[in-house]
Each structure stands twice: as C-alpha cells, then as structure tokens.
Design a protein around this ligand. Structure first.
Ligand code: FPP
Length: 256
C-alpha cells in the first residue's frame, strides 16, 4: 500500500468512475455486470475516503449524456443507485456522512428520486464527510442553469446585476458548496474531464489511472493521493509566494 502523508490529505476528491463496460466485456459479461462491480468499488472508495479524513468526495455517477445509453442499461444503473442508497444507509449514518446530490435530479425515476431525497434530508446535518453524488449531471448544464436562474432574479429585481461577480456566481453553483476540487481522479485510461465539475475543478490536480473502475481499490486511491502530495500547487502564482496558498476560489468552500 503506498504511504500517504496524513497532514496533506486533499480536502475534496472527485472521481470520474470509468471502465465498467470494458471490465465486463473482458469477462464476456454484459455491461450491467460491470456496473454492479463498479458499485462495490464505490463502497470501497467511500469507506477509504472517510477513513482518511477527506472532507468531500464527489462521484460522477450518471451524466446528462448517459441518458442516451440503451434503456436497459439506464434502468440497471438506476436500480444500482437505489440499492446502494438503501444498503449503505446505516453505514452512512453511523460514519456521519452527509449525502448531497448535484444535477437534474428531477429527471430520475420516482423510486430512485424518493430514496435519494430521503437520505439527503436525513443526513443534512452530518459533518463527517460530504458525499456529493452527481446524477443526471453536466458541468455546462449546471453553469447554464445557474446563469438562467440569476438572470431571472435580476429581471424580477431581486438581485442587482452589478453584484454578480465570480465569488457571488460560485456561491450560487450547487456543486461549489463542497469546496473547490483538490484532486480529480479518472479511471479507465481516458484523459479528459467529460463535463464534470467544470467550475470547481479549475485548479484541481488531475490524476489519470489506467485501472478500470471495478478494479479500483484502496491502494489505487492511496497512489493517487501520493501523486497529489508530490505536486507543487501554485494556483497561478509563483512557488515562493507562501502568503496565499489556497485556491483563489476557496472563499466559497464550505467544510463538511
Ligand atoms: C462509466 O463506465 C461509468 C458509468 C457511466 C456509471 C458509473 C456507475 C457506477 C460506478 C455504479 C453505480 C454507482 C453508484 C453511485 C452506486 P462505462 O460504462 O462508460 O465504461 P466503459 O468506458 O468501459 O464502457
């Protein structure tokens, strides 16, 4: 197991969990078999992050674009989310995890939406770690939806357009409540952000792993954190500028 420094654990880790389909294909199994194994990897990652003292873990569970997958695959993923929320409820409560969702959750089937909404309400005041589940999520959509909402408020005279600066806009973005992303991990060998947390990941350290998501174990997470701890984070400044050491957008961080 790679060693990590306990004094420099990233506050906010975000993961693009890619490779379930290929993992299943290699075993001659349907894609849904890979998603089921992927949900076991989700359980492991949540536990490991909680143990390490991570403040927020954001998981890209389902993108807006994923609705275009075959209906049987979409339904299987929805069933897995529901199962995950039900089976993990006790542990989530016991370990004081606050579940939050980002994305157009109103698009979820009612049986999934209800379980999710109930767990979000039940865990609202827990502060051990925030588990931010991105479902029916897209970073561009989030920014566009927020811009539309602020434009409507401005048109109705509820806000002064002159107040809409970077900090104000960030404070209105649902995903930014969990704080800026420190470490963005993508599994499965591709090297792109795929519309995940576009605003919050502006200064994230990117870590790409060839491991397919169902194989992603605690040791892979430790390797990602170890790589993060070797990076020199300058946030556009010079290395010796030790007066400002955080993400310039850190004002919007709400610690879990
Ligand atoms: C991408 O792999 C993965 C997804 C679109 C879904 C992620 C879902 C899970 C990890 C399982 C359930 C989640 C929770 C929160 C319980 P892919 O299917 O695109 O893989 P491929 O690139 O190999 O085809």
């Amino acid at each position: 197991m790679p060693l990590v420094r306990v004094d420099r654990i990233p506050h906010h880790i975000a993961i693009i969990m890619d490779g379930n389909g290929r993992w299943a294909g290699r075993l001659g199994q349907p894609r849904t078999y890979g998603h089921r194994a992927g949900s076991e990897a989700v359980r492991r990652a949540v536990r490991a992050c909680r143990k390490l003292g991570v403040s927020a873990l954001s998981l890209y569970a389902f993108s807006e674009q994923n609705w275009h997958r075959p209906p049987e695959e979409v339904r299987a993923l929805m069933d897995l989310f529901r199962e995950f929320l039900i089976s993990e409820r006790q542990e989530i409560l016991r370990t004081s995890i606050r579940v939050k969702t980002i994305g157009r959750v109103e698009r979820l089937p009612p049986d999934v939406g209800q379980v999710l909404e109930a767990l979000v309400a039940e865990t609202r005041d827990l502060r051990g770690m925030t588990l931010q589940l991105a479902v029916s999520y897209g970073g561009r959509e989030e920014i566009a939806d927020t811009a539309k909402r602020l434009a409507q408020h401005a048109a109705a005279g509820r806000i002064d357009p002159a107040c809409v600066d970077e900090a104000f806009f960030a404070s209105e973005l649902p995903s930014v409540g969990a704080g800026p992303v420190d470490l963005l991990i993508r599994t499965g060998g591709e090297q792109r952000i795929s519309n995940f947390l576009l605003w919050g990941a502006a200064y994230a350290e990117l870590y790409f792993s060839d491991t397919l998501w169902p194989d992603f174990a605690e040791e892979h997470l430790y390797a990602a954190i170890q790589a993060f701890q070797r990076r020199d984070r300058r946030f556009g400044r010079v290395a010796s500028d030790d007066v400002h050491t955080g993400d310039p957008g850190d004002g919007a961080r709400v610690h879990a």
